[in-house]
Design a protein around this ligand. Sequence first.
Ligand SMILES: Cc1cc2nc3c(=O)[nH]c(=O)nc-3n(C[C@H](O)[C@H](O)[C@H](O)COP(=O)(O)O)c2cc1C
Length: 328
Amino acid sequence: MTTALSPWRLCVAPMMEWTDRHCRYFHRLLAPDARLYTEMVVAQAAIHGDRARLLGFDAAEHPLALQLGGSDPALLAQAARIGVESGYDEINLNCGCPSDRVQSGRFGACLMLEPALVAEGVAAMRAVVPAHIPVTVKCRLGVDEHEDEAFFRRFIDTVAAAGCSVFIVHARKAWLNGLSPRENREIPPLDYGRVLRLKADRPELTVVLNGGLRDSADIQAALETLDGVMIGRAAYHEPYLLSAWQQSLFARPRAAPSRAQILDRMRPYIAAHLAAGGEVRHIARHLLGLYQGAPGARAFRRTLSEARPGTGIVVLDQALACVERQAA
Ligand SMILES: Cc1cc2nc3c(=O)[nH]c(=O)nc-3n(C[C@H](O)[C@H](O)[C@H](O)COP(=O)(O)O)c2cc1C
């Protein structure tokens, strides 16, 4: 008997300004079985903003999670309902992002200080989201001086009791003051052990590890114990790694498409975007790292990054020609 793989086995992290719909379409071509996440969408914006722009996606992006930011349970429930109506496969609450803008709105990592409020938010969302759609939480190990294991466990247990059984843990704490968001992704040390212990003690929870992962052996090792891994920067900067992870983490007999084949598969999507009045550079910026680690990577990146308003799809041919010249 084969056991089904967890739907969270390979996730691409929510990243503001990066994992927009174009990026996700590209990532989907590279990793057909990965779970993709939107950028964080503030609950108020989901309710009052331009829904087509904020929530629209291509059917190819499934399975796709909507990440919400917010703390008001009623607003979260309203936004979650909108997310479900828009066709998302999961509603995820951001309890891990430490930026100032986010703290002033009382959401993100500062919510780890208020587990009861997060639990209320989760319960409110759970009440309106159909049972087959998971409501999940992405968090850190702690915030500021609250970094002991008991603090982390209290947060998890309180939120789990409200109906969340999937936790994606960025395995470091966040400093709410004094560090930039970027520093908060690098300076607090990673502690995978604490995430492994959570799974050992709460086997009924789905636990997904995030933070600093890129090496296939590390990923395989994490998956021996945990339900999944979530990868952010490595997937964005070197997207062809997604193809390697797709091959090593899922049983797929098909050969991985080459970088050039992936680029080719982006063409109809880019053409449709242009026909709708969009620009090549909106999409090309996510493709810059496709040849990272291969001959011609730098010329490919330079050519694509020179796309300006009005640049046609021909820039793809020019970038590819650079790679082929280097490889010859
Ligand atoms: C540019 C950027 C934007 C991010 N935006 C979000 C976000 O909107 N929501 C969130 O939960 N985390 C956000 N993160 C954090 C990532 O989801 C992830 O937790 C973090 O980068 C650690 O994973 P990694 O080491 O694999 O990159 C962002 C990270 C980056 C680099």
